[in-house]
Design a protein around this ligand. Structure first.
Ligand code: PLP
Length: 391
């Protein structure tokens, strides 16, 4: 039997990430300006790196508790309380993980039985659909359309609910659209979840990166009746520019945390100690660095969105995250053809919108956590590409 026939059916059934596929075209090309990768262009703030270095100097190189260092869990509890207005018990309700990525996988495996349906809004982060499939669940996408500024309507979710629905996954601000939800919109969804006994996964990884005074970020976990049915995911990758530290966490009632911890203790054991020590420092003293980075992203957001609209690529002003999601349908090209043409003709890389689900077709994801001069050059490349197409 060929080795490829020995791969499990679940793994065989999921595609490779559309982002990876596209970026293989870029590997080894130093001339390319990339708006592709979804990570901060800043290094982790120095005081955070210093805490990690000092911890290594002291020889803190062991395993930690499966749940994570207690000092970190206490810090997370205080931070989440202050940031979202929900209180979690550090000893039983917080699990430190290897990024939000691991927390998401653990939650799927801890809660989903074969055939259980998981509803999520699309376009969405590339991991959601495969994480559900790998846990033998059934992914049920609901479109969050550009007409609604990429918010998801309670009516759309309601239509997708069946007797097999078990989990609703939310991510606001959203990767790849920057979409956000108001408190009132979330309240309507919370009501549905309570009425239909749904568990909610809320991925709050971009919650610090919101830019407008008229928008207050609310987590669904903080709404009445939701804490007891919600798993809140958060981490250090985006706001604290700590992607390489690979550190995240989940907050959830003790029964759910215990179930996730059982998988984590056998598969991961614990998150790296150095990263946990760095995270303690990030929570204690990182707020000024986060504020500085946020101000810098806001200036870049304003520039890129203004320019896309000016060149005839309609682009809504995302209130959060660090992605612009311009519509490229007017060019007459598919997302993939547009992205490939832009790369080949202008050496500018952006991700085809359909990498985030079929409803992303007609759009491109452009990460503006990129040096502002490079963003300006990339925008020049877009303009030149559009005028080439028009001939
Ligand atoms: N969730 C969303 C919505 C993301 O965009 C990403 C990374 O791009 C992740 C989770 C992964 O985060 P982490 O680095 O904490 O694993």
């Amino acid at each position: 039997m060929a080795l490829s026939d020995k791969i499990s059916r679940q793994v065989g059934s999921i595609p490779r990430s559309g982002i990876r596929d596209f970026f293989e075209l870029v590997v080894g090309r130093d001339d390319v300006i990339s708006l592709g990768v979804g990570e901060p262009d800043f290094s982790s703030p120095w005081h955070i790196r210093e805490a990690a270095i000092y911890s290594l100097e002291k020889g803190e190189t062991s395993y930690t508790s499966n749940l994570g260092l207690e000092k970190l869990r206490r810090g997370i509890s205080a931070y989440v309380d202050e940031h979202f207005g929900v209180r979690y018990e550090p000893k039983t309700e917080i699990l430190v993980t290897v990024g939000v990525s691991e927390a998401l996988d653990l939650a799927c495996r801890a809660l989903i039985d074969p055939g259980d349906e998981v509803i999520y809004h699309e376009p969405c982060y590339v991991s959601y659909n495969p994480s559900v499939t790998l846990a033998y669940g059934v992914p049920v996408p609901v479109v969050a359309s550009s007409d609604d500024a990429f918010a998801v309507r309670a009516e759309s979710i309601e239509k997708a609910i069946t007797p097999r629905s078990k989990v609703l996954m939310l991510n606001f601000p959203t990767n790849p659209t920057g979409g956000t939800m108001t408190r009132a919109e979330l309240e309507a969804i919370a009501e549905l979840c309570i009425a239909n006994d749904l568990i909610v996964f809320t991925d709050e990884i971009y919650s610090e990166l919101v830019y407008d005074d008229d928008y207050e970020h609310v987590s669904i976990a903080a709404l009445p009746g939701m804490r007891e049915r919600t798993v809140l995911f958060h981490g250090f990758s985006k706001a604290f520019a700590m992607t390489g530290f690979r550190l995240g966490y989940s907050c959830a009632p003790p029964e759910l945390t215990e179930a996730m911890m059982k998988i984590h203790q056998y598969s991961m054991l614990c998150a790296p100690m150095t990263s946990q020590v760095a995270a303690i420092e990030a929570l204690a003293n990182g707020a000024p660095s986060v504020a500085k980075m946020r101000a810098s992203y806001k200036a870049r957001r304003d520039l890129i969105v203004r320019e896309f609209n000016a060149m005839g690529l309609p682009c809504h002003l995302p209130k959060g995250a660090f992605y612009a999601f311009p519509e490229i349908r007017g060019s007459g090209l598919s997302s993939k053809d547009f992205a490939t043409g832009l790369l080949e003709g202008q050496s500018v890389a952006a991700v085809p919108g359909d990498a985030f689900g079929p409803s992303g077709e007609g759009f491109l994801r452009c990460c503006y956590a990129t040096d502002i001069d490079l963003i300006k050059k990339a925008l020049g490349g877009f303009r030149a590409f559009l005028s080439d197409i028009k001939g």
